[in-house]
Design a binder for this molecule. Structure first.
Ligand code: NI
Ligand code: MN
Length: 225
């Protein structure tokens, strides 16, 4: 599995036979030079309805026929705009052709800009090709991350560190201790001034205080699991 960071909370995953996008907030993201037209995923995963995650979902999915995997509510919303979807909910898993997707809790909110309720916000665990990736979505620190860390042996955890809307670096460090991933990649920071953070300081703290290694990616950079 090859992971490419697209800035903010967005990642593209190259799986054995297909591409998967998580939170493709690309065209309106001031911190990335990626172009949504360059992606043709088989599936798009959305953890909650906020615009900085839903992003270019509709334009990408309607162009290439990607299936949206998200809450029942978000899938219904997208279906009205022509997007094929597979609705799920927190605690549920499903075996797709590329691997298994399980949604986990997240402490946040989830409504579209027009006020439509998006269901509960979620994190997601993706198991594919013998690797396990956890994307926390937007969330506070919560002690049940320990359950997630004991149920799965996480190869890579993508954790928000931006503060203000999500965990900041100190709580994300505590999350690493609960989740026990092999590698942690910080996300959801430096996109806007409000969530400016020092990712190298976070990396130093993670590596001094936990057994995880921390990989700081600039938008466009890749990491091989
Ligand atoms: Ni959000
Ligand atoms: Mn967000």
């Amino acid at each position: 599995m090859q992971l490419t960071y697209l800035g903010h909370s967005a990642v593209s995953l190259e799986l054995t036979q297909q591409q998967l996008l998580i939170a493709p907030f690309i065209s309106a993201n001031p911190a990335t030079e990626a172009n949504p037209d360059d992606f043709s995923p088989s599936h798009i995963i959305i953890t909650h309805a906020h615009g900085d995650h839903y992003g270019d979902t509709e334009s990408i999915a309607t162009r290439c026929g990607a299936t949206l995997i998200s809450t029942f509510e978000i899938v219904n919303y997208a279906a009205k705009n022509g997007v094929n979807g597979h609705g799920m909910n927190i605690g549920g898993g499903f075996d797709f052709d590329f691997g298994r997707v399980t949604f986990t809790p997240a402490w946040h909110s989830s409504a579209f800009p027009d006020g439509t309720y998006g269901g509960m916000p979620m994190g997601v665990v993706i198991e594919s090709g013998g690797k396990t990736l956890y994307h926390a979505g937007d969330t506070a620190l919560f002690s049940d991350m320990k359950l997630i860390g004991s149920k799965w042996s996480i190869d890579v955890a993508l954790l928000p560190i931006g503060d203000n809307f999500t965990m900041g670096p100190d709580d994300a460090l505590a999350a690493v201790s609960l989740l026990k991933p092999k590698v942690v990649i910080p996300v959801h920071y430096n996109t806007f001034d409000l969530i400016a953070q020092d990712a190298q300081a976070f990396k130093a703290n993670v590596e001094a205080n936990t057994s995880a290694s921390c990989v700081v990616l600039e938008p466009g950079q890749t990491h091989n699991l």
